[in-house]
Design a protein around this ligand. Structure first.
Ligand SMILES: NC(=O)c1ccc[n+]([C@@H]2O[C@H](COP(=O)([O-])OP(=O)(O)OC[C@H]3O[C@@H](n4cnc5c(N)ncnc54)[C@H](OP(=O)(O)O)[C@@H]3O)[C@@H](O)[C@H]2O)c1
Length: 348
């Protein structure tokens, strides 16, 4: 069976990456692409790297144009998805790359986003440990998927194995992330001009205001955290188009040994294709996962500090968004999970 697909937000970064991956997916036909201010223009003018899709024209993003497909991807600014998702009740599978359906707590939504709260959908991070299994089980056969925030899934994947195994204390997490500007989307913003970001590292959303914080808390609670999940989260914008390098630390819980600690991550990810733990002493670079649906992590136990340190590299547009969305789509549709996805990066 070939699944017909519509991609909204197709002129943007997330929509563009969804299209790039879908263009190599054997089981889908990209039938419709939509945009907002750029509707009416050829897709290729906005995504000149998508040569095989040069025949497509950006249409308006309306419920009528999006309906009638087997799968609809919403890659819109947060707060915009809800109006379309309600009108797509008959669509077999809808996948939202935005934040609108990620949070289960309306209070957290109000505190970090504001505006109308929408029902939570199945969270699209298959490998994430949950109490008693992985998030993969929840994705089988689901009709509504909330793809993750890129920083959120990177940090959650980094720490969830230790939380699930009880070898780290989620009450005192510190995460500092080097992030590329594509994470902020394609629309023009003064602080993202080349003259503002080249040759400098710029911290932002310092002091607990970043919108991905409640999403990380939610994932770690799903992994089995009890009590307060407290996270100090600091992203730093660095001059690389794509990529996240997240360094996350948390106190060692109780008297967990080094072997028990590393064993928790090995048990969680040893059989995974797209989340890989490097051997002791090795740590990833963002360059290693460029264009790949891979979260690559290194782990150290810092006994002097009494903390576990996890460094994870992700391509924000692939494993952080589009790759996670399509991996989740494959699971929901009963296709082989890795269809259309690659574990290999682009180097140098
Ligand atoms: N960038 C990432 O790394 C990343 C990672 C994870 C999740 N996400 C999520 O993915 C979503 C899209 O992000 P992005 O980075 O792709 O942003 P973007 O590059 O700014 O693209 C936004 C897209 O949405 C369209 N759009 C804007 N306002 C709209 C409206 N009112 N109604 C319908 N369409 C509208 C734009 O169309 P026009 O160009 O025609 O105006 C464009 O196609 C966001 O919710 C974001 O949080 C992004």
């Amino acid at each position: 069976m070939t699944y017909s697909v519509a991609v909204s937000g197709a002129s943007g970064y997330a929509g563009g990456e969804i299209l790039r991956i879908l263009a190599g997916h054997p089981d889908v036909e990209i039938r419709t692409v939509t945009a907002h201010s750029n509707a009416g223009q050829p897709l290729i003018e906005h995504q000149p790297h998508l040569r095989s899709l040069a025949h497509l024209t950006l249409q308006d993003t309306t419920p009528e144009i999006l309906s009638g497909h087997d799968v609809v991807f919403l890659a819109l600014p947060h707060g915009q998805s809800g109006q379309y998702t309600e009108a797509l009740g008959d669509t077999p599978l809808v996948i939202d790359a935005g934040a609108d359906h990620r949070l289960t707590s309306s209070d957290a939504w109000a505190a970090f986003y504001g505006g109308a709260f929408h029902d939570p959908w199945t969270y699209g991070v298959p490998e994430l440990p949950t109490a008693g299994g992985t998030q993969r089980a929840n994705l089988v056969g689901t009709r509504r998927i909330a793809a993750p925030g890129c920083n959120a899934s990177t940090v959650s994947l980094s720490l969830a194995p230790g939380v699930a195994a009880g070898v780290i204390d989620p009450g005192d997490i510190v995460s500092v992330l080097a992030v590329g500007p594509s994470g902020a989307g394609k629309s023009l913003k003064t602080n993202l001009l080349a003259s503002e970001i080249l040759g400098t590292a710029n911290p932002y959303a310092v002091g607990g205001s970043h919108r991905h914080i409640p999403e990380i808390r939610q994932a770690l609670v799903a992994a089995g955290a009890t009590g307060d999940v407290r996270i100090s989260f600091t992203p730093v914008l660095v001059p690389m188009a794509r990529g996240i390098l997240a360094t996350s630390t948390a106190p060692i819980a109780g008297d967990a040994t080094d072997a028990e600690i590393r064993g928790a991550w090995e048990a969680a990810y040893g059989d995974e294709t797209f989340v890989q733990l490097l051997p002791a002493g090795q740590f990833p670079r963002t360059a290693d996962v460029l264009g790949a649906n891979t979260a690559l992590m290194g782990l150290a136990v810092d006994r002097a500090a009494g903390r576990v340190v996890v460094v994870t590299a992700v391509d924000n547009l692939v494993k952080g968004t589009a790759g996670a969305a399509i991996q989740s789509m494959n699971i929901a549709l009963g296709l082989p999970e890795g269809t259309g996805l690659t574990v290999n990066g682009v180097a140098p």
